[in-house]
Design a protein around this ligand. Structure first.
Ligand code: PGA
Length: 249
């Protein structure tokens, strides 16, 4: 049985004061017997603060992006080693907002995943189709090519250390969620693609769903056979909502 992962993606939200309050509510409210791993992905300037505030909580810390470079003259970039230094164990790569606003290609996302892995981080590789792509019947092809770019670059053994997140672009921040059945179909396609790489490792890999996951729809989504957790945006900013999603497991 795969262990589930509930990951909060705070995006560009927070402040020292707000983070402190949110994390202390999460710590206070988290069921110590929660049947899943819990992760928060904070903005880079607050990672060290969050690492401090999460000490001893059992909640993992992650970042939202990473450079493809290890170090050097790359103004504004943050390396995988720096994220590890700040206490991260996960990093999101290829979020659709980065693909859309920063023109990140499948190849670049794959290189980011490789950098993360080489520093000992678990990359959370995001894939997902736009509404236009869904309506023209291209969903499977789009997500498969996004995933394949990563699979082509990393070694088979690295599968044990990566997480996939299926996030239909049309569902992110819109309040529209894929139905559990719609999401399951895509998760099964992704699982098959992973099985083609390594059947045993694929069986243990977490494929998260993201896109307007909320307390009121989490239970049905998380009950699907190939949905192994959630990547939560808006609802991760309210402790009560995030904890309710954890409890839905
Ligand atoms: P949302 O964001 O839950 O606000 O839709 C999810 C994400 O973008 O990771």
């Amino acid at each position: 049985m795969r262990r589930k992962l509930i990951a909060g993606n705070w995006k560009m939200n927070g402040s020292f004061a707000a983070n402190k309050a949110l994390l202390s509510e999460l710590r206070a409210g988290l069921n110590p017997n929660a049947a899943c791993d819990v992760l928060v992905c904070a903005p880079a300037p607050y990672l060290a603060q969050c690492a401090d505030d999460l000490t001893g909580s059992g909640i993992f810390l992650g970042a939202q992006d990473v450079s493809v470079h290890g170090s050097g003259a790359y103004t504004g970039e943050v390396s995988a080693g720096m994220l590890v230094d700040c206490g991260c164990s996960y990093v999101i790569v290829g979020h659709s907002e980065r693909r859309a606003y920063h023109h990140e290609s499948n190849d670049l996302v794959a290189q980011k995943a490789l950098q993360a892995l080489s520093a000992g981080l678990h990359p959370i590789v995001c894939v997902g189709e736009t509404l236009e792509q869904r309506e023209s019947g291209q969903t499977n092809e789009v997500v498969s090519s996004q995933l394949q770019a990563v699979l082509d670059l990393i070694g088979v053994d690295a599968l044990a250390n990566i997480v996939i997140a299926y996030e239909p672009v049309w569902a992110i921040g819109t309040g529209k969620t894929a139905t559990p059945q719609m999401a399951q179909v895509v998760h099964a396609v992704l699982r098959q693609q992973l099985i083609a790489k390594d059947v045993d490792l694929a069986a243990g890999m977490q494929i998260l769903y993201g896109g307007s996951m909320k307390p009121d729809n989490a239970k049905e989504l998380l009950a699907m056979a190939d949905i192994d957790g959630g990547l939560i945006g808006g609802a991760a900013l309210k402790a009560a909502d995030f904890l309710a999603i954890v409890d839905a497991i």
